[in-house]
Design a protein around this ligand. Sequence first.
Ligand SMILES: Cc1ncc(COP(=O)(O)O)c(C=O)c1O
Length: 442
Amino acid sequence: MSTSSNVAPNDLSAFWMPFTANRQFKKAPRMFVAARDMHYTTSDGRQVLDGTAGLWCVNAGHARPKIVEAIARQAGELDYAPAFQMGHPKAFELANRLVDLAPDGLDHVLFTNSGSESVETALKVALAYHRVKGEGSRTRLIGRERAYHGVNFGGISVGGIVTNRKMFGTLLTGVDHMPHTHDLAKNAFSRGEPEHGADLADELERIVTLHDASTIAAVIVEPVAGSTGVLIPPPGYLKRLREITRKHGILLIFDEVITGYGRLGTPFGADYFGVTPDIMVTAKGLTNGVIPMGAVMVSAEIHDTFMQGPEHLIEFFHGYTYSGNPVASAAALATLDTYKEEGLLTRGAALAKAWEDALHSLKGLPHVIDIRNIGLVGAIELEPIAGSPTKRAFSAFLKAYEQGLLVRTTGDIIALSPPLIISESQIGEIVSTLSGILKTLE
Ligand SMILES: Cc1ncc(COP(=O)(O)O)c(C=O)c1O
């Protein structure tokens, strides 16, 4: 194949790449020039098995015809319509489809362009809701240690990532954090939900006692924390958060940017854990990663609270130029069709046992201090090299790429989240490639 896209660019310096070791990359670039189903094609013509669904987003696999066609058709028919004070049919159709798919009670949708924007939108809805309700003293937001909620100021404030705290100043004030639930000493090599740690939910009661419920607007958690290394909640933990938030009139926000759209073998993490939040934050798999889009689903109670006052006034002072963009809406509708036709939102459940057994077969290999899994998500945690944290996992990532497998690393954790179309033999391929690498890692 000879297209202009597979000619390697000759100057890499202008693009300051996101979340990338730029100098390392530019010395030995890793370029994808095409993708189909489970594989990428590199600029040197190799096939790479996608063990991460891109960045946890390509849930139906790459270049799916229905989605590609829908985007092309929509761009030619209605490329853009103003998002404010004007509408177009596909955004409404998509919102209805999402409400049907979401757990009962989440009846209204706000559109964004990314997970980060969905998080900011959710936090702002929560603050404004209490204000409109006459409880404007509820301004405090509660997040969790080791949480990742994107890169904007609200998200990094409720998130629990040390580098953000070091690099970006004071962040939002009035934020507190619960402890994370990751406990290697008690839960290493758990299959599915780890046994110990449900009582950590009671830390929320301690925080409520400290600040008083009347000052707290919302609690935000990822049902399973993905980006900081696949941290799976103990049984009952999320139910307990739901009970405590409900008791105190605090909104519960689930950040389902990773757990949404089939990752756990259910449409959403809320379905997997049997807990319905007041607000659900989604993005990534909504459009199969093809076009940037996020969706925030909120309860009728929240939405209806805003619908008061003179009808010519804007009820919620927020929105993006591209909220519900026609091409993104078309991509999302075609993605939902593809998920439905192929049963992908529940396929992870059927594959979960094979996935679990395959991953846990790596137990006992050098440096492996934990293996954990849930749905079609997995993590292999490595002992860090003394004095050089993250280096061991990064070299596993580089070797995997050389050997035709894309994995993702965070700290010294290898995270895996393949497209939901993966076959059992491709699961075997992931594990045998990793097994070979782990045996030769320094
Ligand atoms: C839980 C969670 N929230 C938010 C985000 C941010 O999404 P985006 O990169 O689309 O802004 C991510 C991205 O990985 C995520 O995992």
